[in-house]
Design a protein around this ligand. Structure first.
Ligand code: EAX
Length: 320
């Protein structure tokens, strides 16, 4: 009888611990965005591979703070996992600024192939230097300029425009040189800053513009595609180092599923996005001569190459 009771208690305890592994994935955009879909794919795959031993939820819309805050949270273990753009990441791992250079990636295929290849792997491994664990490169998308003042078709139209940028030295330098007044700001503050006129404009991929309802506060969108915005799945080293090898394998597999889901969603949302922005009242400027933007944005390359040389840039450019 006693033995039976002990066995029952033990079984309950095992069952109890079997559901104890919960993670939260933070990100700044909405639950139905490309990141939201990617976070869900991660959680579903992790739960499936672990036979339900691991589960979790997402904390969307900046519930855990901006991207810089969340990265700091990973370092000290107060945040488990994050899907973030590289916006503030160069402040932690300066080599990542190479990926933020304007007009560097030719198209989605080029960016994805570089990030999935040797260069992407090298940069993922660098995360450890900053007390971060990089699981995989994911995607935010090519960024475009929106504003409340006027149609932007050339750099002249940017003159004096208060433009929110990410907290990213490369991007700030590019927009400074294009004539705008760059104002770095965390994403969770952006909507109300646009609403209150603290800034006139911002720049983000179509998927972020549409899933953040920026049409409520922005009249014009110019498809400048001035820079590709990578995203990354980061885990806290404190969580990671406590995992068994098998569990780390599940996390890696889950991150692949997440990246695939996010990339598919970027393309899907982008395809319907232009029409959606028009329906919601935005003037969409598609016919843009990118050359003058590119020429001025070139100045931003020095932010990276002054410190790291030109080798990485050339490797990325030469990548077929
Ligand atoms: O990662 O800060 C930004 O503009 C980012 O593109 C957004 O947080 C999604």
């Amino acid at each position: 009888m006693r033995l039976k009771l002990l066995a029952a208690v033990a079984a309950t305890m095992i069952a109890g611990t079997a559901h104890a592994n919960q993670i939260t994935i933070g990100h700044t955009v909405s639950a139905d965005s490309h990141y939201g879909v990617g976070a869900q794919a991660f959680l579903d795959t992790l739960s499936e591979l672990s036979g339900g031993e691991w589960s979790g939820k997402q904390a969307p819309a900046g519930q855990l703070g901006g991207e810089r805050d969340m990265i700091e949270g990973l370092q000290i273990g107060s945040v488990d996992m994050v899907i973030t753009s590289t916006g503030p990441l160069g402040n932690f791992v300066p080599e990542v600024y190479a990926l933020d250079l304007p007009f560097l990636f030719r198209d989605y295929d080029h960016a994805r192939a570089v990030l999935d290849g040797e260069i992407g792997q090298e940069l993922l491994e660098k995360m450890r230097d900053a007390d971060l664990v990089g699981l995989a490169w994911s995607e935010n998308g090519f960024r475009h300029v929106t504003n409340s003042q006027r149609p932007v078709t050339s750099p002249d139209d940017l003159a004096g425009l208060k433009l929110r940028t990410m907290e990213n030295r490369v991007h700030m330098e590019a927009f400074q040189n294009m004539g705008a007044a760059p104002t770095p700001m965390a994403f969770p503050e952006l909507f109300s800053a646009l609403q209150q006129g603290v800034v006139d404009g911002q720049e983000n991929p179509v998927v972020v513009i549409t899933t953040s309802n920026f049409w409520e506060v922005q009249n014009y969108v110019s498809l400048t595609g001035h820079v590709y915005s990578p995203a990354i799945l980061l885990v806290s080293p404190i969580l990671w180092d406590g995992l068994s090898e098998e569990e780390q394998g599940w996390f890696r597999e889950a991150s692949k599923a997440s990246v695939a889901a996010t990339r598919a969603e970027v393309l899907r949302l982008e395809e319907e996005g232009v029409e959606l922005m028009r329906e919601r009242g935005m003037e969409v400027i598609t016919d843009i001569d990118k050359a003058p933007f590119q020429e001025l944005a070139e100045a931003a390359y020095a932010v990276f190459t002054a410190q790291h040389g030109t080798e990485m840039v050339e490797r990325i450019q030469a990548f077929e």
